[in-house]
Design a protein around this ligand. Structure first.
Ligand code: PLP
Length: 382
């Protein structure tokens, strides 16, 4: 088994989620059907909705099931924009592409990018200066997926409320280690597979009720917002995974943090010139983001992979296309750092063995990546 340190990309399935999924995957499970099987499926779905609503501190009618975080983001952003009178959209500079590319594609939108500090946290002073009453929406994430930096959610909520501008919060990286109830946003995107649920399940939380327009036309499921037969087994497994994460939080999170800190200390020992981005307390307990000077991150990632250690360059969704990270560039890290960084992310099943395997592989992998990078540069020059 490889040492898996890429929970921010996706987490292994929790056994509670697997059991819930298996219990309902055989169906027949169309919750819109009127017969007994359909009613049973509807009961499972509404039970999952109820449990997710409780976890989110929301009402049942405020939960719209989606296929994951991306769809929840797109649904919220397009929906809020279509309701607005203004075309001014404020977006954090380090948002996930699901948010950034969606707001850029909104028809006629005037997109205003809110800068971040060197640690990646949104500059609330800039948000306060740029927001104008009547703006269409603000899109700012709870915590960044690459570096794990946590935003000042209370302050962002206060600024948006004062200006009466709706706030969409991408909280996809959040519930694996923190409570969504702490997010005072109007719409919140969550995804099952980041916390040990199945891929393909997620939700949009609509605080204050479902006042969004139709996202997909059809059978009128999900309060008429998202038509299409709902994945009952996925929703049940999502609820089971989230409950499991919440139930184990007091034990799980300190353990994850200790492992992450052990890894950070080891990285400094093995590669003394490595630079850790973002720092506690302003960071998720699951994330460790490191720049390795003189390395191309994809070369380093492949060296570690060959040694059985799985990590990420940060933005999993653009893997395969080596590009400098827009997150690090926004943090002012410079192009070389933005190309030479790795994200280690830990979660519910991470172990000391995973951390030690990564540390054992690190120094040789960095040395080889540096040599390979130098050789490539020499070929380019000659
Ligand atoms: N938003 C953030 C912050 C993410 O980290 C991700 C996944 O990497 C997404 C959105 C997309 O979520 P999903 O894979 O569930 O569509």
């Amino acid at each position: 088994m490889p040492a898996y340190l890429d929970y921010a990309a996706t987490a292994p399935l929790r056994s509670a989620a697997r059991e819930a999924w298996l219990a309902h995957a055989d169906g027949p499970a169309n919750p819109a059907s009127l017969h007994r099987s359909g009613r049973a499926a509807s009961q499972v779905l509404e039970d999952a909705r109820e449990r997710i609503a409780r976890l989110a501190g929301a009402a049942r009618r405020e939960i719209v099931f989606t296929s994951g975080g991306t769809e929840a983001d797109v649904m919220a952003l397009r929906g809020l924009y279509s309701r607005a009178r203004s075309s001014r959209v404020l977006v954090g500079a380090t948002e996930h592409k699901a948010v950034l590319d969606t707001v850029r594609a909104l028809p006629g939108a005037e997109v205003v990018v809110i800068p971040v500090q060197a640690d990646g946290a949104l500059r609330c002073d800039a948000l306060a200066a740029l927001i104008a009453p009547g703006a269409a929406l603000v899109a700012v994430m709870a915590a960044n997926n690459e570096v794990g930096t946590v935003n000042d959610l209370a302050e962002i909520g206060r600024i948006c409320r004062t200006a009466a501008v709706p706030w969409h919060c991408d909280a996809v990286q959040w519930p694996a280690t923190r409570s969504v109830q702490d997010i005072p946003a109007d719409t919140i995107a969550v995804s099952a597979h980041k916390l040990g649920g199945p891929v393909g399940a997620g939700a949009l939380i609509l605080r204050g009720g479902p006042d969004l327009p139709v996202y997909t036309h059809g059978g009128g499921q999900e309060g008429g917002i998202r038509s299409g037969t709902v994945d009952v087994a996925g929703a049940a497994a999502f609820a089971a995974a989230w409950e499991d994460a919440e139930r184990r939080r007091e034990e799980e999170v300190p353990r994850i943090r200790q492992l992450r800190d052990r890894l950070a200390a080891g990285v400094h020992r093995e590669v003394p010139d490595a630079v850790v981005r973002a720092a506690d307390p302003n960071r998720l307990d699951s994330h460790l983001h490191v720049t390795f000077p003189g390395c191309e991150s994809d070369l380093l990632l492949m060296q570690l992979d060959a040694a059985g250690v799985e990590v990420s360059t940060g933005a999993a969704c653009s893997v395969g296309i080596p590009q400098p990270s827009h997150v690090l560039l926004a943090m002012g890290a410079g192009e070389a750092a933005a190309r030479g960084s790795l994200r280690f992310s830990l979660g519910w099943a991470s172990s000391v063995a995973d951390v030690e395997a990564a540390l054992a592989a690190l120094a040789p992998a960095v040395a080889r990546a540096r040599r390979a990078g130098a050789a490539t540069a020499a070929v380019r020059v000659s």
